[in-house]
Design a protein around this ligand. Structure first.
Ligand code: NAP
Length: 521
């Protein structure tokens, strides 16, 4: 099967053999994807000409209803999506739920908060500005939707969530989307978009999909468009420095890779609840989606006196994790997405091993119900680095798999500085019952992180997860993590709007402001 591309309102097949999409458990080829011959210039023009005006004509409440309808279409086809996530990504049911329910839930959330913006079609930003004693001449700031295309380039690990979390915000803003999922796992994105298109719930030109290489897509963007990219820091750097992106000052949001941290507070003891919660979270983050989450805990910092206890507890949890073919119901951790990515993980792991010793993960490893020669598994591996201040690779190399490094710290200030050595990260979690440490950690980690989660026993059961991106919270991080920001409820709309100051007659400014939705962020 060759996955078709949905551009200019039509499903078209790319030329040539295309790239193979495989089952990472059996190695079997599932489909091929090619964009060869896709006319990106025409696809963008179609979206700008047909999709944009159709969406901008709608009020926020109408766009919210549209987003709700997209979610409903996905809701009735979920079983099919779970099967595809298993086949093409090797997802366990729990892994697939994060991706599929995450995408569905984010659409539902934006449908719900969008409804509250009512009949407005643009946003107000702040209050009125007065220039002199006579207030007859004033200014107000508003945000209007961009008139181009939201180009979404996504990573392989979230073919559903990555697609819909971006579509939800762009649609609510009134922008048409051209989505390019990562080729390796495009099967699920393709099936979902196919269902939505078939259901006829989105206006002509509002949603386009390409499965395969981006080709010359970026050459045809102009100042009206915006690119939201998720993927590696290396690709982000390449795309944001594309000559056309620079020449036309095209908006570019990057969600890139990240060496996220988790910190156990100095108040913890081996038998305190926060210790157990920390161990559970690090283990969970190592094994969910086989560690293929941008937010996964790559570095776990503990007070030096607890390093042995934490290593033992994590090793015991890892030993109980059944790794193998997710079709077997006892399996808790699946494979890496494909053979190429498995090699990347093993190469990166080898680099870390020059600085850190293996606590667990080496030796004979046989995945359940899978042939190691054909499949793409990596054993969950815990490393330990006792001199993290002198180490380099553990802070700089993202192993995009089930690998985490345990490191002792000697003072809170040192722990925050070590977390910052990741060069800017998406998230840090802090496990403590001490208010003073919690506050110091938030302030000490804040400038180098997009999100900090503070966990104590009281919220141990309620917490949403270190690595789970909630649509009401901003997602993104400085530096290495891409320097971008998305989601965060209505804050996410900013990226797809142009803010302008409007100056004029007081009464006119008041009327203009009265027609806007006030987002208050
Ligand atoms: P990647 O290799 O950087 O690819 C990301 C996307 O960029 C894919 O759709 C890819 O298409 C596309 N791409 C690659 N080269 C391109 C080019 N020259 N022009 C236009 N598009 C191009 O990343 P990945 O391997 O898919 O994903 C893993 C990485 O993503 C990890 O580092 C992870 O940390 C990061 N990630 C970050 C977040 C976040 O929210 N911050 C979320 C998930 C993943 P092809 O697939 O066709 O090559």
């Amino acid at each position: 099967m060759k996955l078709k591309n949905f551009v200019s309102g039509q499903w078209t097949e790319g030329r040539g053999a295309g790239a193979a999409l495989t089952d990472p458990v059996t190695g079997e080829e599932l489909a091929r994807a090619s964009t060869d011959g896709v006319d990106y210039k025409a696809a963008l023009e179609h979206a700008r000409r047909a999709g944009g005006p159709a969406l901008r004509k709608m009020s926020f409440a109408e766009r919210a209803a549209l987003i709700g309808k997209v979610a409903d279409v996905l809701g009735v086809n979920k079983d099919k999506y779970y099967a595809l996530a298993l086949a093409n990504s090797g997802n366990t049911k729990g892994d697939a739920a994060i991706d599929i329910e995450g995408g569905y839930g984010t659409l539902k959330y934006y449908s719900s908060i969008g409804k509250r913006l009512g009949d407005a079609k643009y946003l107000r930003d702040g209050g009125f500005e007065q220039f002199s004693k006579d207030d007859a001449f004033q200014a107000v700031h508003i945000r209007v939707p961009l008139e181009g295309v939201a180009v979404h380039i996504n990573a392989f690990n979230f073919p559903s969530w990555g697609l819909w979390e971006k579509v939800a915000v762009a649609f609510l803003s009134g922008m048409p989307v051209l989505a390019k999922p990562a080729t390796a796992t495009a099967l699920l994105s393709h099936a979902m978009v196919e269902d939505v298109v078939k259901a006829g719930v989105v206006p002509e030109g509002a949603l386009s999909l390409v499965c395969g290489s981006a080709g010359d897509l970026l050459d045809h963007l102009d100042r009206r468009d915006a690119v939201a990219f998720t993927g590696s820091a290396e690709t982000a750097a390449k795309l944001r420095s594309h000559p056309n992106v620079i020449k036309n000052s095209i908006r570019f949001n990057a969600e890139a890779d990240s060496l996220n941290s988790s910190l156990l507070g100095p108040d913890a003891k081996a038998d305190s609840p926060e210790f157990a919660l920390f161990v559970r979270e690090v283990h969970r983050e190592m094994t969910i989606k086989a560690g293929q989450k941008c937010t996964a805990i790559r570095r776990a910092f503990v007070p030096r006196a607890l390093a042995d206890a934490a290593g033992d507890a994590l090793a015991a949890a890892i030993a109980k994790t059944v790794v193998g073919n997710p079709r077997n119901e006892t399996v808790r951790m699946g494979p890496i997405v494909d053979k190429a990515q498995q090699k990347n993980v093993l190469d990166a792991l080898a680099a870390l091993k020059r600085e850190a010793k293996v606590v667990t993960g080496e030796g004979a490893f046989k995945p359940v119900d899978a042939d190691p020669a054909k499949s793409a598994f990596v054993a969950p591996t815990l490393l330990r680095c006792d001199a993290p201040a002198e180490a380099k690779a553990v802070h700089e190399i993202e192993v995009f798999g089930p690998v985490s490094t345990l490191m002792p710290y000697d003072s809170p200030e040192q722990a925050f500085a070590l977390a910052g050595r990741g060069g800017g990260s998406l998230v840090a979690s802090v496990f403590t019952a001490d208010d003073a440490f919690a506050r110091a950690a938030v302030l000490g980690l804040g400038a180098s992180h997009g999100r900090v989660m503070v966990i104590d026993d009281a919220v141990g059961k309620l917490q949403t997860g270190h690595g789970i991106v909630m649509p009401m919270c901003v997602h993104g991080g400085p530096g290495r993590a891409g320097g971008g920001e998305e989601l965060g409820g209505l804050r996410g709309l900013r990226f797809y709007h142009q803010r302008l100051a409007v100056q004029g007659n007081k009464a006119r400014m008041a009327a203009l402001a009265a027609g806007a939705a006030e987002v208050g962020v």
